[in-house]
Ligand binder design. Structure first.
Ligand code: ADP
Ligand code: MG
Length: 638
């Protein structure tokens, strides 16, 4: 029997099935992106081949002009995208076109909003671009041969997008990949070469590889053309945008390029394009997106800056070029000095890279600082999207801490509700006469912060307090202890010294103060005796006006909020007891003072402590006990 090509059947991974289903049924409104994705894959394949050929020149032998060809056949109803890039082995075909290798698929699928236009764009971002072929095709055939393998290592993959694909082995005369889309009935619009050219120009103009299509023959010449060799022409501009002078590049071009590198569909928020000369020569074109990518919070995710060396693509996600707190930045860096055959390992310890990274970071921070000062209203739209990530820079990047500190925005007792709009400079600019410190309060939520008893005395004295309600803030203030010479001070920590700030009361004299302290001392001692080991200390408070009590952390202890964060992250925090500060003038405290019944005194003291814990958003060790005591008092009340 003649050796017939055997087709093996394989099932798609479950996630792929879901994705395909989505492509076929929901994404037609953005169908044209299929071409962008196929071209981008072909271009990646050429980049990979060029990179591998740095180590083994023979890979390019005989066919060194890398290009992408696109053909459309109206009669056969096919669109073909062909490249002479790196190609794929059988295993690579199975891995790349049968599964979604990248982790986070589920997150991606969950990120889909149901809004078709947005979802279609997310697909590109997520990098499952190949499957977008099924938006316009009801059958896709991929024929490929890996560079470096012989003609008999050809592989053909085919699928109708419904759960299975087949693999067969065949001879393929040249390396590279050919993707044939069998166009669906309802996707006729793409069987038009003009339409395809327009799509190529829209998305792929700056792809450095030539993208070629057949020359259109004028109507009368059809016969002549029929027997002539088909003529190809380049349809994309194929220039490195970043290598052109800035004043010759339009906003539109910058924006299109951004969409290409980021796979985003929205215009970027801001960009910086600059050529650095001197010891080290490089060009950077970096963008800040308008909206965060769906995987912003996945710190393991690849970074968005691509590395080029003298316009040759070297690698994606060069994490050495951007620190994690700027992981939302997208763009390219093109070095004139690095060797072409640089590897990831070398990148780790390369002085050039370190200094390019420093340069990139500085330029991004300068860009943001410029917007913050010139267009403050626009700046806060950035801050609302990326502020929490940028804050990580305070502890991640000590060298730029001062620059980052200037970019921070917080909610505040003098701000606009929960919106984070107040900069440290704003705060310092309106500090009261005699005020030495920048006061802040950390809490789990804006509501908890805004109604915290710790703010009472600050309200009375009209002193502003920053309200820090993001998780990351505890770490921010741990590392950012000063701003422009002003110490940052938690209002819930240590002793406060606010006497110099005035307020609505007359400042008490030293003697009045002494007398008052003596009067309070017995109350304080009594409560301390009643609470025993549950507290580190009990003190008369000068923080409170309306509330009976609050918790304070000792100068070097973690506060309640930080303890809760650490516990939530699985760390054990033990041995720290709070200091209870009581408002000796409060009726509840006076009641305790006057109470003669021992068990009722104990109830009152315990409730004071539990209330103070609750009002800072803490959890009670024994909530039932609290309820019992409160009920006992309620029942006993006249
Ligand atoms: P991504 O490009 O983000 O990795 P795709 O779904 O577009 O995701 O492609 C999946 C993988 O299939 C690619 O990473 C690549 O390994 C492989 N691939 C797709 N098209 C080609 C091609 N033309 N040549 C070589 N490999 C390809
Ligand atoms: Mg792709």
């Amino acid at each position: 029997m003649a050796a017939e090509a055997v087709k093996e059947k394989h099932g798609f991974q479950t996630e792929v099935k879901r994705l395909l289903d989505l492509m076929v049924h929901s994404l037609y409104s953005n169908a044209e992106i299929f071409l962008r994705e196929l071209v981008s894959n072909a271009s990646d394949a050429a980049d990979k081949l060029r990179f591998e050929a740095l180590a083994d020149e023979s890979l390019l032998a005989g066919d060194a002009d890398l290009a992408i060809d696109i053909e459309v056949d109206r009669d056969a109803r096919t669109i073909t995208v062909r490249d002479n890039g790196v190609g794929m082995s059988e295993q690579e075909v199975k891995d790349n076109l049968g599964t979604i290798a990248r982790s986070g698929t589920r997150e991606f699928l969950d990120a889909l909003s149901g809004d078709k236009a947005r979802d279609a764009q997310l697909i590109g971002q997520f990098g499952v671009g190949f499957y977008s072929s099924f938006i316009v095709a009801d059958r896709v055939t991929v024929t490929t041969r890996r560079a470096g393998l012989g003609a008999d290592a050809g592989v053909r993959w085919e699928s109708t997008g419904d759960g299975e694909y087949t693999i067969e082995h065949l001879e393929v005369p040249r390396r590279g990949t050919e993707v044939v889309l069998h166009v669906r009935e309802d996707a006729d619009e793409f069987l038009d070469a003009y339409r395809l050219r327009a799509v190529v120009r829209k998305y792929s103009d700056h792809i450095l590889l030539p993208i070629r299509m057949r020359k259109e023959t004028p109507p009368g010449d059809a016969e002549k053309a029929a027997d002539a060799e088909p003529e190809w022409e380049r349809v994309n501009a194929a220039t490195a945008l970043w290598a052109r002078p800035r004043n010759e590049i339009t906003d539109d071009e910058y924006e299109t390029f951004y969409k290409h590198v980021s796979h985003d569909f929205e215009a970027p928020f801001a960009r910086v394009h600059s050529r650095v000369e001197g010891n080290l020569e490089y060009t950077l074109l970096l963008y800040v997106p308008t909206r965060p990518p769906f995987d912003l919070w996945d710190r393991t995710v690849r970074r968005g800056v691509k590395l080029y060396v003298r316009r040759v693509f070297i690698m994606d996600d060069a994490e050495q070029l951007m620190p994690a707190y700027l992981r939302f930045v997208r763009g390219i860096v093109d070095s004139a000095d690095l060797p072409l055959n640089i590897s990831r390992e070398i990148l780790q310890h390369n002085r050039h890279i370190d200094s390019m990274r420093a340069g990139c970071v500085k330029r991004v921070l300068d860009l943001l600082a410029g917007i913050a000062s010139d267009e403050p209203d626009r700046y806060v739209t950035f801050w609302d999207q990326f502020g929490r990530v940028l804050k990580e820079g305070v502890f991640e990047d000590a060298r730029n801490r001062d620059a980052i500190a200037k970019l921070l925005r917080f909610a505040s007792t003098k701000g606009d509700g929960s919106a984070q709009r107040v900069s440290l400079a704003d705060y310092v600019g309106r500090m009261k006469e005699g005020q030495e410190k920048i006061y802040y309060l950390t809490a789990d939520s804006y509501a908890t912060a805004a109604s915290s008893p710790h703010l009472e005395v600050f309200r009375k004295k009209d002193v502003e307090v920053l309200l820090l309600v993001d998780e990351v803030d505890e770490w921010v203030v741990h590392h950012l202890t000063e701003f422009e010479g002003k110490h940052l001070q938690s209002v819930a920590r240590g002793k406060l010294d606010l006497d110099d700030l005035g307020g609505d009361d007359e400042k008490p004299s030293a003697e009045e103060r002494k007398a008052e302290e003596a009067r309070h001392q017995s109350t304080v001692e009594a409560i301390k005796a009643l609470l025993g080991e549950r507290v580190k200390d009990v003190r008369a408070s000068d923080r409170l006006t309306d509330s009976p009590a609050c918790l304070v952390a000792d100068e070097h202890d973690p506060g309640g909020h930080l303890q809760r964060l650490l516990e939530a992250s699985g760390q054990k925090v033990e041995g720290f007891r709070p200091i209870l500060e009581v408002n000796a003038d409060h009726p509840l405290v006076a009641r305790l003072d006057a109470e003669s019944d021992a068990s009722r005194r104990e109830d009152l003291a315990s409730i004071l402590l539990d209330q103070a814990t609750l009002s800072e958003g803490g959890r009670l060790d024994d909530p039932a006990d609290f309820v019992r005591r409160v009920n006992r008092l309620l029942v006993a009340a006249p």
